[in-house]
Write a protein of this length. Structure first.
Length: 569
């Protein structure tokens, strides 16, 4: 899968549209040639991979053009914001590899300045205190084809509105009884310009300002002005804010403040998942997943726990680039970026997920050999390790067939195969449970001249198996994760709720797995390639002596086969 994009955002030799704008601004010496961006999350939930695209873009632009990027929390709704979310957002940004240095800001830092800006608009006759309820404001707003109706309080004098606004701040009125609205145009074709609400009364303690305020700015009022206060030169937003830009520009003109320029790009939509905080919260609260960091979730904390690397996420965001139209990105590309990265950095180890005992009958009892194993053939600097070999080993059940079909090149009666890093073995006898007929163990012989898995006489075998020594293997739990949904776009279905399309096989827990003893010291977050199985990550649920592994991704894309199987059911 070839990628034509370099780290400057150029694809096929041309700049994307955002960088084209920035470079033109630099050439014209606009804003003294400065580039200053920001990542402005609302601290009302956990970030997901769609936010990762915005993080990589905003911080990446600042790095590319020797500029600055702020981390600003748009904390204007105290009823939904928590310190837990702030901490998780900072952790996610750092994990992706970015640093905001000393530029951590909050919209609440500017509450006093925003209040003064509002006073200025009232004095100019561009804002008024309105006594309509929220429902009444909605009813008079109009539709896309019909103009709205002026509020009966629209012509209130500036003096009266100033007095009422000050009394709103002092807490003299109950929640919802009054708002401050901009006075723009109730007949505008853009609904955002139909006298939008700037402040509402809300007697609620704020995580940072406590009880200092009982009126809070609306997002559309605080967001753009916060950009201006911070001197943000390029305000990068997703497409849903395109219709809000005329409102932000109106505020800038009327206040005569720094003209931060908003540029919109298409948000990331990834198939087989959902990218909505509200719907992700439903999955958490209704028990479809085990929290925000469930490895099936598209949250950054979830993909981190699953074993994704920040390098693979940055590579993915760079490859998909920025566009002006929404589209669906295939998760196959994300998994490809991950495999490429893990192939370079993950140590190869052996793990048996469905154990089947093998006794090598002519190998000396009690003997243990230490065999050399390459840690990563892609990186010689990772060196080698030693793994124990003994008379009794375990292989995977899928690697044996008593009556093998055509093109089955693994172990079968009378057949010789190679043990990775070990010896050639031949199956001579199959032992079964007399009551059930289940295969319980295999009896094999070995060729002592094939140590290391190679024959000096040049004979070739078709199959190579992974294995672990029975006396030395560690018990382990392995969690096999797959896509959370069975359809590409769960939100675009004609029937049922999006939760009706949750994949019933998105998690399979294997509790009787065995892994090689070198993994005894593995720490949560360590990543490995289980030979012939896939890439796995140590989960925080691990305990001393019993590691838990999450499957991060298969060695190759198997979803097409899984999807076909689901359709046949």
């Amino acid at each position: 899968m070839k990628d034509n994009r370099d780290n400057t955002g150029r694809e096929g030799g041309s700049l994307d549209f955002i960088r084209t704008i920035i470079e033109e601004d630099i050439r014209s010496h606009k804003n003294d040639g400065r580039v200053h961006t920001r990542f402005p999350p609302e601290p009302n939930g956990y970030l997901h991979i769609g936010h990762a695209k915005s993080i990589c873009l905003n911080f990446g632009l600042a790095l590319q053009y020797n500029g600055l990027c702020n981390l600003r929390f748009d904390d204007t709704n105290p009823t939904k914001e928590e310190q837990e979310y702030i901490d998780s957002i900072k952790r996610d940004v750092r994990w992706l590899g970015f640093d905001w240095e000393d530029r951590e800001y909050y919209a609440s830092d500017y509450f006093e300045q925003l209040y003064e800006y509002a006073v200025k608009l009232i004095q100019k006759g561009k804002a008024f205190v309105c006594d309509l309820t929220a429902d009444e404001i909605r009813e008079t707003r109009g539709t896309l084809t019909e103009p709205g109706k002026d509020s009966p309080y629209r012509d209130r004098s500036s003096e009266e509105s100033l007095d009422l606004f000050e009394r709103m701040r002092k807490g003299e009125f109950p929640d919802g009884s009054r708002t401050l609205r901009a006075k723009i145009d109730m007949a505008s074709g853009n609904l955002n310009l139909r006298d939008p609400v700037m402040y509402r009364i809300l007697h609620a303690a704020h995580p940072r300002t406590g009880d200092a305020w009982c009126i809070y700015p609306m997002y559309d009022w605080a967001h753009g002005q916060s950009d201006s206060i911070e001197g943000i030169t390029h305000s990068i937003c997703t497409l849903e804010f395109e219709d809000h830009r005329p409102l932000y520009d109106w505020f800038i003109r009327e206040l005569e403040i720094f003209p931060s320029r908003q540029i919109e790009f298409a948000r990331l939509n990834l198939n087989y998942t959902v990218m909505s905080k509200r719907r992700l919260l439903q999955l958490v609260n209704e028990g479809f997943v085990h929290g925000w960091d469930d490895p099936r979730m598209p949250s950054i904390s979830g993909i981190r726990r699953r074993g994704y690397t920040p390098e693979s996420i940055r590579d993915f965001c760079d490859r998909i680039g920025v566009a002006k139209r929404d589209s669906m990105v295939d998760i196959v590309l994300l998994e490809h970026c991950l495999r490429e990265d893990l192939n370079r950095r993950a140590q190869r180890v052996m793990a048996v997920l469905h154990p089947l005992k093998v006794i090598i009958t002519d190998y000396p009892e009690g003997k243990v050999e230490m065999l050399d194993a390459v840690n990563n053939p892609e990186d010689e600097s990772m060196g080698t390790r030693q793994i124990p070999f003994s008379r009794e080993i375990f292989i995977d059940q899928d690697d044996f067939r008593e009556d093998p079909p055509k093109k089955f090149f693994r172990l079968a009666p009378g057949r010789e195969v190679r043990l990775k890093h070990g010896y050639y073995i031949t199956c001579n006898e199959v032992i079964k449970d007399e009551a059930t007929g289940e295969i319980t163990e295999l009896h094999c012989t070995y060729d002592p001249e094939t140590r290391g898995g190679w024959s000096e006489d040049g004979r070739r075998v078709m199959g190579t198996l992974h294995w672990v020594s029975a006396a030395h293997a560690l018990d382990a739990e392995v969690r096999l994760y797959d896509h959370l949904f069975t359809v590409e776009n769960p939100l675009d279905q004609t029937e049922g709720d999006f939760k009706d399309y949750i994949n019933p096989d998105s998690l399979e827990i294997l509790s009787d797995c065995l892994v090689e003893p070198s993994l005894a010291k593995a720490e949560p977050g360590d990543r490995f390639q289980f030979l012939r199985q896939g890439y796995f990550c140590v989960d925080p649920d691990s305990t001393d002596g019993r590691p838990v592994f999450n499957r991060t991704v298969t060695l190759r894309d198997t979803w097409a086969k899984i999807e076909k199987k689901l359709q046949q059911k």
